[in-house]
Design a binder for this molecule. Structure first.
Ligand code: ASP
Length: 320
């Protein structure tokens, strides 16, 4: 790990990718999913076009997805077994490997912004539960009543989980989970960043911490290589440190796409876990892969938006 990409001559194309979760997205939800990820990627790209940083861009894109109740993050978060919201989020920058995260937070409208404050205003990398909420109050970050974060679809998913009493792992194997959001970006200076935010898994135990707020699991980035954000069965992702593993494959010379596929394939064979990832290299090359039935994703580079939902699908959106 030596040179930073800012010293390279090649002009970097500002690039951003987002995902809206990897699971069996039903056809009835296809439209809100693909619309949501496209809008989010445009929001993040606008930030890059204003010459703001990759960190600003991923925060903006993830905030958009947290505010859209279609997705399992912020408003619309999945509920734990007691019917409460407990959210996790992480943000990281690739220049100095600074990272901030929160876990099991309640009443926070945009957990990704709280994670950013942990990164920038504390000596820590992860704040949990009550302590994180206390820090949020000190920072004056927007807090809301939990009711405002709970949507009918999350209540319905919890009712269904209780009715069939499936385990969290089985929910994933049956593709019933409803996932996490994330973003990765590289800015014109070659700085990379990533962010991930989630309500976790429906019916999880109170206090369960998934992969999303854990460095190397829910997200990882390094200016020397690129940035990754993940979604999927958190316990599996954590066991294989999915995002750091992808960066390690890139360090060995694999493309973002090959690195993503190799790491997900390892997760399948080693721990029988499913999920998905988005990846951007420090040169703006992109990769995305998933082992679930579907994953909503969108990318934006050179003013063009591409998106997909099904395996192998890549659609270029019409310019408005
Ligand atoms: N990875 C998240 C978790 O396990 C949930 C997801 O992406 O579906 O909490």
């Amino acid at each position: 790990m030596t040179e930073t990409p800012t010293k390279k001559c090649k002009q970097i194309q500002p690039t951003i990718l987002v995902h809206g979760g990897a699971w069996t997205i039903p056809h009835s939800l296809s439209k809100p999913y693909v619309n949501g990820v496209q809008e989010a990627v445009k929001k993040g790209y606008e930030v890059l076009c204003r010459n703001e940083s990759a960190v600003d861009a991923v925060e903006e894109a993830v905030r958009y997805l947290e505010n859209d109740p279609t997705f399992n993050a912020g408003t619309g978060s999945a509920l734990n077994i007691e019917g409460d919201v407990e959210m996790d989020a992480i943000i990281m920058e690739g220049k100095n490997l600074q990272s901030g995260a929160v876990t099991c937070v309640q009443n926070i409208k945009n957990p990704v912004s709280l994670a950013r404050l942990v990164m920038e205003k504390t000596d820590h990398t992860l704040l949990a539960a009550q302590g994180a909420n206390q820090f949020a109050a000190e920072q004056g970050i927007e807090q809301v009543n939990t009711d405002e974060l709970v949507c009918e679809k999350s209540l319905e998913m919890l009712r269904e989980k209780k009715k069939y009493s499936v385990t969290v792992g089985d929910q994933f194997r049956q593709g019933k989970c409803h996932d996490t959001v994330g973003a990765v970006a590289v800015d014109a200076s070659g700085n990379v960043a990533c962010a991930t935010s989630t309500g976790g898994i429906t019916g999880k135990r109170v206090g369960r911490v998934g992969d999303s707020p854990l460095i190397g699991c829910g997200a990882y980035c390094d200016n020397n290589f690129g940035a990754v954000s993940s979604t999927g069965h958190g316990e599996s992702i954590s066991r294989v440190t999915l995002c750091r593993t992808i960066i390690a494959h890139m360090e060995q010379g694999l493309s973002p796409q090959d690195a993503a596929e190799k790491a997900l394939s390892y997760m399948t064979t080693k721990v029988q876990g499913s999920g998905g990832v988005i990846v951007v290299s420090n040169q703006g090359d992109i990769g995305m892969s998933f082992t679930t039935i579907r994953m909503a994703w969108a990318s934006m580079q050179d003013g063009r938006v591409c998106y997909g939902l099904d395996p192998g699908q890549k659609i270029e959106a019409k310019k408005c």
